[in-house]
Design a protein around this ligand. Structure first.
Ligand code: ATP
Ligand code: MG
Length: 449
């Protein structure tokens, strides 16, 4: 069996009693779609990541359906259906807040089937040629992503060796890797992301072209790379995705400033990023909300900080240096990954509040505590503790300051800036804690830190 061949292999059919997929683990909405299509005389299968994850014993986050019905035929069957996409025409069937994506089998060549496919410089820009299930399997990316769960007899159909790869825990591309990456460079990122998510290795043949073909990512729409970045970093396996991206040499094509800073040996940035991603993964697994803004602020911090410092060292105004550094880094990043404006505004706030944590002066401290972005900026400050011991102490000082009653904190703070330099000063930074203890011998209660 040659994994590079793009001819369908013999069908490997796994009957109901020989696999572990149970309808209990398939969403009601997906089952309804599958049954309705089937009753209307069409073939209907669950496909892709959902089948892969179910076979691995996981819980798919989305369910995709593949069918012999055309989008128009799907539309006629479901009231709650809208047709979307030009590049790939698809039907979305909506049940409450769940969307089931229903795609017609796609063919592999222009001669076969009906519809249209458009290829520019080896890249698929439109793919609406309808085909057979075998052809549909071959145009998918990885062999583990090309298995079909048949609702008519509950069997799993494997045309490309997906079961074997699931057992071997490996990601192999269907067909020639270079050709498949030229068709769609995002498949390189998907390899890294899925390897991280599933804890699979990437087949050496699939990773070999990364160095040469990685630059193709610069021609992918930045909005699509933003979506892909969210899937990598905000779905619970961000830290592993980040390490995998770096290991695959793909980080520099997505986050050039981050890759540059890490290459310079910015170990404090590495700690910041690893901790930031670890916290994010923990929040996702606890079902808490996560914001892309915080994470992108973490990834790009090294370059922003260094630029701002170099400008202030050359005598430029502090505030202006920070806002110019932020704008500069954001502008470069958005050429690759289109971070929406609402997030870049928050990122710039988080960054520009950082130097203000070093200004331990009564009015300024209270103004910062009341800032709408204080919480995010403070969480960010805590992640920076690896930058220097003083930074660690500064974080502790602010953690402590927030717990003090207003008057206690006010009494402990100097009215004016004590020193001339803007750098963190652990002596100044710990001052209120010492003073407070002296001033409140009997209270004892608010002293816990
Ligand atoms: P996840 O668990 O993150 O959803 P997934 O494999 O399901 O992973 P989706 O983006 O939901 O990823 O895609 C569903 C299916 O569509 C894939 O399993 C694969 O069969 C096919 N697919 C997605 N993206 C591509 C691509 N760029 N090229 C070829 N096939 C793709
Ligand atoms: Mg999916």
């Amino acid at each position: 069996m040659n994994p590079k061949a793009r001819n369908p292999q013999a069908l490997h059919l796994i009957p109901r009693e020989q696999h572990t997929i149970s309808r209990k683990n398939i969403s009601k909405a997906a089952l309804r779609v599958l049954y309705r299509l089937n009753e209307a005389g069409y073939n209907a299968y669950l496909v892709g990541g959902a089948v892969r994850d179910l076979l691995l014993g996981g819980h798919p986050k989305d369910f995709d359906v593949a069918t012999s019905a055309t989008p128009d035929e799907v539309k006629k069957l479901f009231r709650n259906c809208r047709l979307i996409g030009r590049r790939f025409r698809l039907a979305h069937v909506v049940y409450g807040n769940e969307i089931i994506e229903v795609a017609t089998f796609r063919g592999t060549s222009e001669e076969q089937g009906e519809g249209d496919r458009h290829i520019v410089d080896g890249r698929i820009v439109r793919d609406n040629v309808w085909g057979t299930i075998e052809e549909d399997a071959l145009r998918r990316d990885f062999r583990v992503n090309a298995m079909y769960y048949d609702i008519s007899d509950f069997s799993v159909r494997d045309y490309v060796g997906g079961i074997q790869d699931l057992n071997d825990r490996v990601l192999r591309l269907i067909g020639d890797p270079a050709t498949r990456y030229h068709e769609d460079p995002v498949r390189m990122l998907r390899a890294a992301r899925l390897a991280a998510k599933l804890d699979f290795r990437i087949d050496p043949e699939a990773s070999a072209p990364f160095a040469e073909l990685g630059p193709l990512l610069s021609s992918v729409a930045p909005a699509r790379l933003f979506d892909e970045s969210l899937k990598m970093f905000l779905t619970g396996h961000g830290l592993k995705s980040f390490r995998m991206l770096e290991q695959c040499g793909l980080l520099k094509f997505l986050f050039p400033a981050t890759a540059r800073a890490l290459k310079r040996g910015d170990e404090a940035l590495r700690v910041l990023i690893e901790r930031g991603l670890e916290n994010t993964d923990a929040r996702v697994s606890e079902g808490k909300s996560v914001t892309p803004a915080f994470l992108f602020a973490v990834l790009l911090w090294g370059e922003v900080r260094d630029l701002a410092h170099s400008w202030t060292a050359r005598g430029k105004d502090g505030n202006e240096s920070w806002s110019r550094a932020a704008a500069h880094v954001v502008a470069e990043q958005c050429q690759r990954v289109a971070i929406p404006r609402r997030f870049t505004i928050t990122m710039e706030e988080i960054w520009s509040l950082q130097p203000r944590f070093e200004q331990i002066q009564r009015k300024k401290v209270f103004r910062l505590l009341a800032h709408p972005r204080f919480r995010a900026a403070f969480d960010f400050l805590l992640l920076r503790s690896a930058e220097s011991p003083a930074m660690g102490e500064l974080g502790q000082w602010w953690a402590h300051a927030q717990q003090l009653p207003h008057e206690t904190l006010a009494a402990a703070l100097p009215l004016h800036h004590a020193g001339g330099d803007a750098g963190p000063d652990p002596v100044r930074a710990t001052a209120p804690r010492k003073r407070k203890r002296r001033r409140k011998p009997a209270a004892g209660k608010s002293g816990a830190s």
